[in-house]
Design a protein around this ligand. Structure first.
Ligand SMILES: [Mg+2]
Length: 322
């Protein structure tokens, strides 16, 4: 890429572009994070680990190498339904965001829970989006088993599609699943094949959320879904459009896609590496390749050098936006 003079060439012949990924609004005091784009014969890969979120650097690198050197399996579909996301904000703000999501054509909205006025927030969103919109919650493992039992039971009256990671461990997820009627999804508690097999053995969840970077690539994520023996739901790690394209590739080649995916996150960034970012229209993302713009990559590279490798702000709480 001639426009980015900061690129390094790896021993394997790939070009590495360091970038800074700025958030539109600070997330828990964090303004952005460093990332690395790998440019190879098959395309582009992204390594962009989010502070405080469980993702092994080696897995993220493997995912990026897959994208740059090998590419992804052939897509089975071109249209990927995606969900809107509402952070753990006040009920009033959540209602506004829910209405905006509804008006933008989303059929599925995810609400973060586990802090603040959960019931008020979920009620406000359900009121805003109407009875037909699917409503899912994500607690990022915030609750202990007993609290989760009470919370999920209390929130079930808002007609929930599913609850992601209400408790932290697969063992507690399995216990909770026998106590409540709402479908439960595992997310952070599955970070590889062993976890996926344990999920299956324990019958711990009804679906598994899969992210390309923490699982080490699209092919590895496919293996995880197969081993878990439940439906797979793809979500992002707040990547640029290069990383989102990997998530889309995974959603496109899952044998079955029954649920909206959490890939509508490009709008949370203040800048992207392409002038044609992967943003949804009418709650749907189209599967397509992403080729970064050298000028934008160079600009984000300079921002990264200005940040000088410093962490800007405090690390985000684990997965508060994922
Ligand atoms: Mg989640």
């Amino acid at each position: 890429m001639p426009g980015d003079r900061g690129a390094l060439v790896t021993p394997g012949g790939l070009r590495e572009h360091s970038i800074w990924i700025p958030f539109r609004h600070s997330l828990n005091g964090v303004e952005g994070r460093e990332g690395l784009l790998l440019e190879g014969p098959a395309g582009w890969g992204e390594i962009s680990i989010l502070a405080g979120y469980p993702c092994e650097p080696r897995a993220a690198r493997e995912a990026a190498l897959e994208a740059a050197q090998q590419g992804w399996p052939a897509p089975l579909r071109q249209r990927i339904p995606v969900n809107a996301m509402i952070p753990a904000v006040s009920p009033e703000r959540a209602g506004q965001l829910g209405l905006a999501a509804h008006q933008a054509g989303y059929d599925c909205v995810k609400v973060k829970v586990g802090s603040g006025d959960d019931i008020g927030r979920v009620k406000a969103v359900r009121d805003a989006v109407g009875p037909r919109c699917l409503l899912r919650l994500d607690a990022n493992g915030a609750w202990e088993l007993e609290e989760a039992t009470a919370r999920v039971a209390a929130l079930a009256r808002f007609d929930l599609e599913l609850v992601e990671q209400p408790v932290a461990t697969l063992e507690d997820l399995a216990r909770l699943r026998r106590r409540v009627d709402v479908p439960l999804a595992a997310d952070e508690s599955v970070r590889g094949l062993d976890d996926a097999r344990r999920l299956a053995r324990l019958e711990a969840a009804d679906m598994v959320m899969v992210k390309v970077q923490p699982l080490g690539g699209v092919r590895k994520a496919l293996e995880v879904v197969e081993a878990a023996g439940v439906a797979g739901v793809v979500s992002s790690m707040l990547e640029t459009s290069v990383g989102l394209a990997a998530g889309l590739a995974l959603a496109a080649c899952l044998p079955e896609l029954q649920y909206a995916c959490g890939l509508a996150t490009a709008g949370l960034l203040a800048a992207d590496v392409t002038s044609d970012p992967l943003v949804p229209h009418g709650g749907v993302l189209q599967v397509r390749p992403v080729t970064p713009d050298p000028v934008l990559v160079g600009r984000l590279g300079r921002l990264g050098r200005l940040a000088g490798g410093r962490a800007v702000g405090r690390p985000a709480g684990p997965g508060r936006y994922l």
